[in-house]
Design a protein around this ligand. Structure first.
Ligand SMILES: [Mn+2]
Length: 354
């Protein structure tokens, strides 16, 4: 298990120098952010990103994300052009020695929350999802106040997209995912790049749009689309756990046993009734996930990939990108490192006794 940290590039108020000073930090999770979705990433841009990270004594563990063009998710005839571009990016990432790529297959919206600065009793602020607030929002009427929302869509563009998705139910989305996976996986394998699909966040339909990477059953269907360790998952325990019907630790263990976990996101969430939840500090007692069991599973199954603290709260007056401040994520990494050391030593002691 390798501790890693997400970095949003040179515009990120959290610098590589900051990240390097977090004890035990080895890997960086980042991306080339300024190339429009659907265009290939030139090798020289990837090499530059890699050199910038390595100049600070770190290395790139995972690219998160290479976004998937909406035409691919919609299954439009133009998808082949965008799939060709995606493959070109994977080839270039392979040439640069990037081992893992995280991506998702969520229509239109990426992760969704109703509020980004909800004040917790201790005065820190966190991202929350309140079902009744989401239900009140209508993305097409233009009264969308969705935080973290990609404002690059025009009202017309969004209306068209929603119209197009009327033809795409969950089964159709599965078909389009299968087409994409079968097209890219041989290239990813040849390039030596392990793919890691991120679950839908939250893992159920929002605004009537289909969502399919929602739980353990879905992951088992997913890994059968292409039978290879290169066709794996980003096991984001916080995403899965935000649906009360999911047992995130059981899902993690199942995928570890099947050798399909290529990346782990460790985040805790506190379920607050129905489909609502708050993002909490990483500590087990602060949320609904037993983080000890998460790390222990990674150790028990000898997981060799990267793990990163996921969203953190804003604490100590920090301002910046919601969910991606320095302090609470650094505390999360430190806590995860503590659990890791304890689990490794307990495992070794048990093995010595046996
Ligand atoms: Mn995640």
């Amino acid at each position: 298990m390798e501790m890693s940290f997400r970095w949003y590039g040179h515009d990120d108020p959290v610098t590589l120098k900051n990240i390097r000073q977090i004890p035990g930090m080895k890997g960086i999770v980042t991306a080339v952010y300024d190339i429009p979705v659907g265009q290939p990433w030139p090798l020289e841009r990837i090499e530059k990103l890699k050199a910038d990270v390595e100049a600070e004594g770190l290395h790139i563990s995972v690219i998160e994300s290479v976004p998937v063009h909406e035409d691919i998710k919609l299954g439009k005839p133009t998808r082949d052009k965008y799939i060709a571009a995606y493959k070109e990016t994977l080839v270039n990432l392979g040439k640069a020695g990037i081992p893992v790529v995280c991506y998702n297959f969520m229509p239109v919206f990426d992760w969704t929350r109703s509020q980004l600065d909800y004040e917790l009793p201790d005065g820190s602020t966190a991202l929350i999802f309140k079902q009744e607030d989401i239900d009140r929002m209508d993305p097409i009427s233009g009264e969308l106040s969705l935080p973290g929302w990609d404002s690059s869509y025009t009202k017309e563009g969004l209306t068209t997209l929603f119209e197009e998705y009327k033809e795409v139910d969950e089964e159709k989305l599965w078909e389009n995912l299968e087409y994409f996976i079968k097209a890219i996986m041989p290239t990813a394998e040849a390039a030596g790049v392990k793919m890691a699909i991120h679950p839908d966040d939250p893992p159920y339909s929002i605004f009537g749009l289909p969502r399919i990477i929602t739980g353990g059953e879905a992951l088992n269907r997913f890994i059968k689309l292409y039978d290879s360790e290169y066709n794996g998952v980003t096991l984001c325990v916080g995403s899965f756990a935000s649906d009360p019907k999911n047992d995130a630790v059981a899902i993690l263990k199942d995928m570890l046993a099947k050798k399909r976990v290529n990346f782990v996101h460790a985040r805790n969430v506190k379920l607050t009734g129905g489909k609502s939840f708050e993002e909490s500090a990483h500590l087990s007692e602060m949320g609904s996930i037993d983080m000890y069991e998460v790390v222990k599973a990674c150790v028990d199954y000898d997981f060799q990939g990267a793990i990163r603290p996921d969203h953190g709260r804003m604490i100590w007056g920090e301002t910046g990108r919601p969910g991606y401040g320095l302090y609470d994520r650094a505390l999360g990494a430190t806590y995860l490192n503590g659990l890791y050391e304890a689990c490794v030593k307990a495992k070794k002691a048990a093995e010595a006794k046996a």
